[in-house]
Design a binder for this molecule. Structure first.
Ligand SMILES: [Zn+2]
Length: 370
């Protein structure tokens, strides 16, 4: 069993090196499944890897297969697998643990040593291939009715973890009934955060640069949140018009907004920072005022990255809730569809002016014999 399959790869040190390659696809081991790839989402991390700012090939390899947001169908399972069957839809988690204490305790998202691998990013091949094998512990079942949106579980898992962190932190309070939230940024993370917080019943204000109308503003409004363009309303103006801001998600990719968020956070509030900001930018910040407001307001600023299986599973349940509340809305985050291998060279320019680009793999390549 085993065959050569196609994949979308880069040479990690070489900017703009996206190309289609061939790699061996062994059959699944006893605890593994062979997953046929249907769809893979493109995100900012992929673009940074293409720009050679980030990303490493697996040990001994020259190329890195891209892609960490996947929806696939189980094609075959190993002899010891009882939890998944051929035909099941799945997504897969991204990070794989090292031997550190938190990884060993099942929290690779909080890895202490930083020597983890991440599929499609750091030291392990990703999912932009015809198929891949994976241990079933890293595969998350997706109900068939969620096929159109299942590729969004991975970005949603990042938001699920962020919300879980905020909820865990707020156990410091005898009572926490958040009413008002600000989401900074209206990319996929900001929009999924907006939907999650609306699903939780909060009054949500989503800030972005671009003026409405645009696809993100339409999604925000459809979920009953408020889209605020910073071209029309400054962050300071918005803050002064709101009651106590209980929760802020920062997902703009601009570190200055993290400090604006600290100033805007209400009493006992939590600011969750989600932007992985490249570069070495410096900011002139009102340090005394920010420090004073954090202390006097018992505020928490927390960074959050990646997610564990629990967050993927809650993301799947959350997508069902989204479909119930706003049928078809979540799928409108997918604003561009490219053909898996044929359009691979266009990944770097993906989703300009849109929200989420996906690569469609199903049927776009000859089926490898197994
Ligand atoms: Zn670790």
């Amino acid at each position: 069993m085993g065959a050569d399959i196609m994949g979308v790869a880069v040479f990690p040190e070489q900017a703009g090196s996206v190309h289609v390659t061939e790699l061996a696809q062994p059959g699944p081991g006893p605890d593994e499944a062979l997953v046929r790839v249907r769809r893979v989402g493109v995100c900012g991390t992929d673009k940074e890897i293409i720009d050679a700012k980030f990303g490493t090939a697996p040990p001994g390899a020259q190329e890195l297969i891209l892609g960490h947001e996947v929806l696939g169908t189980i094609e075959a399972v190993g002899d010891d697998v009882t939890t998944l069957r051929p035909g099941d839809l799945v997504t897969a988690t991204v990070r794989r643990p090292d031997g550190c204490p938190t990884c060993r305790a099942g929290q690779s998202d909080m890895c202490l040593w930083g020597t983890y691998t991440e599929r499609g990013i750091l030291g392990a091949h990703g999912y932009m291939t015809e198929s891949f094998t994976e241990h079933v512990r890293y595969l998350i079942p997706i109900p068939p009715k969620l096929e159109p949106v299942g590729v969004l579980v991975e970005p949603l898992s990042v938001v699920e973890k962020a919300y879980r962190q905020a909820t865990l932190i707020q156990r410091r309070l005898a009572v926490w009934t958040p009413q008002t939230a600000i989401v900074l940024g209206a990319g996929p993370i900001g929009l999924l955060g907006t939907l999650l917080l609306r699903e939780q019943g909060l009054d949500v204000y989503t800030l972005a640069r671009t003026s409405a109308p645009n696809p993100a503003a339409t999604i925000v409004a459809a979920a009953g949140a408020h889209y605020v363009s910073t071209r029309d309303t400054s962050f300071a103006e918005l803050r002064s018009s709101l009651p106590n801001v209980d929760l802020i998600f920062e997902s703009t990719g601009a570190s200055a907004l993290a400090f604006d968020g600290m100033e805007s956070l209400g009493i006992n509030g939590v600011l969750v920072l989600l932007s992985i900001t490249g570069g070495n930018g410096r900011q002139d910040i009102p340090a005394d005022a920010i420090n004073r407001s954090l202390v006097l307001g018992n505020k928490v600023v927390v960074g959050s990255v990646n997610a564990v299986t629990e967050d993927f599973s809650s993301g799947v349940r959350r997508l069902s809730r989204f479909e119930h509340l706003w049928p078809g809305l979540t799928a409108t985050l997918i604003t561009e569809r490219l053909r898996g291998f044929d359009d691979a060279h266009r990944i770097a320019e993906a989703a300009t002016g849109g929200v989420k680009t996906v690569l469609e793999f199903d049927g776009s390549a000859p089926r490898a014999p197994h």
